[in-house]
Write a protein that binds this ligand. Sequence first.
Ligand SMILES: [Zn+2]
Length: 135
Amino acid sequence: MQKHDVRVGRSYAGLGLFAAKDFKKGDRVIEYVGDRVTPEEADKRGGMYLFEVTDRITIDGSARTNIARYINHCCKPNCEAWNIKNRIYIVALGSIKKDEELTYDYGSEHFLEHIAPHGCKCPSCRAGGKPLHSK
Ligand SMILES: [Zn+2]
């Protein structure tokens, strides 16, 4: 799990994060890093890159050094965010080939608040798939 395992590139949503090598199922692709703040502080900061770790810790991943923030949502993702000892890792759900775009499910709360109002434009939905979350 190193920085050059992934690269930022053009995606359906502007920028996205892509595999720069092959991954196999269960591989930790990258860690989601940032300031670790309380829920109150997270509410004050707001933004699109808050990641709730526990009910007392939220990561503010808005810093540019957190390249995991470039990973886009997909309703048929190839990665999943795992909490491993209260650190957040993006883990491969299956084998991922070099140059594939990395995606994970942002979760229903984020989806309904930020994505659903504009219609989900992920590759799965654009291909006629069903959005993963609905009200
Ligand atoms: Zn979608």
